[in-house]
Write a protein that binds this ligand. Sequence first.
Ligand SMILES: Nc1ncnc2c1ncn2[C@@H]1O[C@H](COP(=O)(O)OP(=O)(O)OP(=O)(O)O)[C@@H](O)[C@H]1O
Ligand SMILES: [Mg+2]
Length: 589
Amino acid sequence: MGIIKPLPELLISQIAAGEVVERPASVLKELLENSLDAGATRIDVQLEEGGVRLIRVGDNGGGIAPDDLPQALARHATSKIASLDELERVGSYGFRGEALASIASVARVAITSRHASQSHAYRLRNEANAVEPAALATGTVIEVADLYFNTPARRKFLKTEATEFAHCDEVLRRMALARPDVAFSLSHNNNQKRRLASAEFSRRAREIIGEDFFPHARPLDASAGDLRLSGLAALPAYSRSGRDEQYFFVNGRFVRDKLLMHAARQAWADILHGARHPAYVLFLELDPAGVDVNVHPAKTEVRFRDARGIHQFIFHVLQRTLATPLSAASAATDAAETIPANAPSAFSYARQSSLAVGEPAARPYLDFARSAFDGAAVAAGDAVSPSPTFVQEGSAPLLGYAVAQLQGVYVLALNTVGLVLVDMHAAHERILYEKLKNSLDAGPAATQSLLVPLLLVVNEAEMATASEQQETLTRLGFAISPAGPRELAVRSLPALLAGGNAVELVRSLLKDLAEHPASRVIETRRNELLATMACHGAVRANRLLSLTEMNALLRQMEETERADQCNHGRPTWVQLSMSELDRLFMRGR
Ligand SMILES: Nc1ncnc2c1ncn2[C@@H]1O[C@H](COP(=O)(O)OP(=O)(O)OP(=O)(O)O)[C@@H](O)[C@H]1O
Ligand SMILES: [Mg+2]
């Protein structure tokens, strides 16, 4: 007799369920989709203990007839499609007839429903087999209790209650964005968390994404053939450290699709720093026959018949939207109007930086030099004011002496070889990164306490991460504690980073930490975390530097290991030799 035997039926169903029912949020997603497919205009969600104890979704949709109730829990039974042809042009969220069966294999499920044709409601529990009369005025209520009660191993993989709730909330946010016409409510452990009335898209988006996004958001709506792209796209002034504000919907379905994300990424590529992520809420609509949604078990990836055409369409629409001059855009949208009229232009930077050439260090920048560059090596810079025009062989340091700052981005220096161009942000980032590594190797990070703690408003997920990753944050040199249900107080920071934008820094760090288990993150992801910290601590483009500061930067670069590569692998400086310059002018040919 062989050792390979068929698995028992129940086990097969549990394995298959793994794909659909990964965590409470995946259950919630399936239930919300079913309610929307049933034509609901109001959906109420109650969760207990992050959804593990209970997920209850009530809707006012068409309901299920009593005869159909047992079928609703049966595998591969659906009312939504009947043939391959219908699958190929499916317009509903559901089509596999699998979600409820999968959920029922790993939890206790009760369906109560009143079909439009019935005088009262009926109820079916997956543990009892009989359909019984019940009380419900309209629609359907599905209760999913004790998730993974029969598969304890899976239960162990769940995160804290707060994290699971945050994932559920995110699922609801996506649905709410896709369907502003539907009213939603959400409660957790009997506390009301969201209450969304049916509304216009712009109002719904404001409620879901928050106020910060709006002043920078450009509305768009463009069509070509049967393709339509609409929604909101944020100008680069508003960008994120992660992809958390990228909402892409295809025919109303939230997707995380590589092709679409790539097209969007390209549209922002020229105007957004490589380490930052754009924010958008975009709706692509097309003939359902042109897109296959049956690719991924969670339906989050799709396949387009005309992938190239779609990529181009999205790229061009977004690029055009982002390139529209501010004045033209503000006429079209009140959102853009709130962008200050004195927003800096390349021209104003150019003027500022030309003033910097040869000027003695002004007072405010001395403070900056001290915090940003640690005060080191400043003496060398002081010795070269006013700026040199001729550098003798053997008399200058490797990277030479600074002469000017170009467009707020590059530092120009002269050395014995010729001209040196330095990307100041990238260079400073590299210096900080190496210093952070050394400081962490040497023992607990040196910290700087803040006189007035810095308060930051956070979402559920960030709050949860801050408490779960307490130990890691402490080791990195942060003291962060809750200051209210939605607020964190930052009481101290790594001393090396005290000069940067601490709010952005902490947010990015929480974002990074959220993706990894608390216990080993400091070992496994140390360098990435330090890179995030360095990026935020480093001097930003368009910051006016004095010659003293520029020279301090050059001297520190000379002292820093691998200073010629930034943390993203790009060069931090380039050399143009006299002979290369001569060639540019065809001298000596
Ligand atoms: N809230 C609801 N209101 C009305 N009918 C429902 C509701 N939830 C489920 N149903 C019925 O139960 C059936 C099974 O639901 P289930 O989610 O398991 O499969 P599906 O939605 O057809 O496909 P998928 O597995 O892709 O979600 C549905 O086809 C639908 O007829
Ligand atoms: Mg379904």
